[in-house]
Design a protein. Structure first.
Length: 103
């Protein structure tokens, strides 16, 4: 019983540390940029698709960012995650993976 209590305490601490690293609200959401535009779902999808390339460029050019902070909120986030998961694999391989039965 003591082992379960220690395990539960460790899991609670890991969960607390993980949640404490979550980002805060985006103060620039739904605020137009200098050109008066707000990124929507389609821009999020595109930014997610090009995220691997953009990341590499952002390492050398500080004017390039991966994520558009001037976005419309949840729909941009959904598009970004959908685009990134399409390019980066998104778990499709896991759904098609089959284990062989050992006889």
């Amino acid at each position: 019983m003591k082992g379960k209590a220690v395990l539960l305490l460790v899991l609670a601490l890991v969960l607390l540390l993980t949640v404490s690293c979550a980002p805060g609200p985006n103060g620039m959401a739904k605020v137009p940029d200098e050109e008066g535009q707000v990124a929507n779902f389609w821009w999020g999808l595109w930014h997610g698709i090009i995220a691997p390339i953009t990341f590499i460029i952002s390492l050398f050019n500080h004017n390039v960012q991966i994520y558009e902070v001037h976005n419309n909120g949840a729909w941009y986030n959904f598009g970004f995650l959908l685009g990134a998961s399409c390019v980066l694999g998104g778990g499709g391989r896991g759904s098609s993976y089959r284990r062989r039965k050992r006889d």
